[in-house]
Write a protein that binds this ligand. Structure first.
Ligand code: DGL
Length: 270
């Protein structure tokens, strides 16, 4: 039994990389819905429908646990999936909670009431759909009080990354950071709330300056999954090699994945 990892496209590979490093004995099946990316400009019903279809495909691969390595799906579809759609013998988890627990200095699964935390001014960079959902602010409010969040919808950035256009992606990161700083000149922390954005992490850090702590999800999600599998070992199992599936053109997607991760990745048709 493998663990499924889903993203609208290439971004979830940043999470997959950390998962493979942290859990080298667990096989993973990655599903990139590149034919329908970006999700960040779609409405919530559309994101729900596409995310359910991708999750069913991963269940068909034997993955009873699926990680939505996509903030847009985690923000716009996960709650509805868990409440109305996921059967009792399957699990679908998102990438928001580990990040917010790190930001609010909480241990995994600490459900105590919200409290004051050190970080007061947080810049959130995410897709338009994630920003519109306000899911980040909702999850944060369960855990922390008095935190000012300024959100920047980074239109165009996922497209530029999916197309492998690093020059355009860099220019977009700089202009989105500038736009955010006009509204919040001195953020203490910045959250890269889209799994594509760690591919541009250096550019974000340079544009934000050295005093801003940049949080990205990959390692946090890997720690959270390692903890989850210790408590529920039935969702991990040996015996299968990792695979990469895409709804897009496998050759083009493999080339871009290889360009970004700097190791050869071979996608197969989903
Ligand atoms: N990687 C997805 C996320 O984390 C990108 C969403 C999109 O396709 O726009 O939000």
């Amino acid at each position: 039994m493998a663990v499924g990892v889903f993203d609208s496209g290439l971004g979830g590979l940043t999470v997959l990389d950390a998962l493979v490093r942290r859990l080298p004995d667990v096989p993973f099946v990655y599903f990139g819905d590149n034919a329908h990316a970006p999700y960040g400009v779609r409405d919530a019903d559309d994101i729900f429908r596409l995310t359910c279809a991708a999750t069913e495909r991963l269940w068909a691969e034997g993955c009873e646990l699926v990680i939505l390595a996509c903030n847009t799906a985690s923000a716009a579809a996960l709650k509805r999936m868990q409440e109305t759609w996921v059967p009792a013998d399957k699990r679908v988890l998102g990438v928001f909670v580990p990040l917010i627990e790190a930001l609010t200095e909480r241990q995994w699964g600490d459900n105590s009431p919200p409290r004051e935390v050190a970080v007061k001014h947080v810049a959130l960079f995410a897709t338009p759909a994630t920003v519109a959902s306000r899911a980040f602010q909702r999850e944060l409010a369960y855990r922390a009080i008095g935190v000012d969040v300024e959100a920047q919808p980074c239109g165009g950035l996922v497209d530029a990354i999916e197309q492998g256009d690093e020059i355009l992606a860099e220019a977009l990161v700089r202009s989105h950071v500038e736009a955010l700083k006009r509204r919040m000149p001195h953020p203490q922390a910045a959250v890269l709330g889209c799994t594509h954005y760690p591919l541009m992490e250096q550019t974000f850090q340079q544009a934000l300056g050295p005093d801003v702590k940049v949080f990205s999800q990959a390692n946090l999600v890997a720690e959270a999954l390692a903890d989850y599998l210790t408590r529920r070992p039935q969702f991990a199992g040996p015996g299968r090699v990792s695979r990469f599936l895409t709804t897009g053109d496998p050759r083009a997607v493999s080339d871009r994945a290889t360009q970004f991760l700097k190791r050869r990745i071979e996608f197969q048709p989903a």
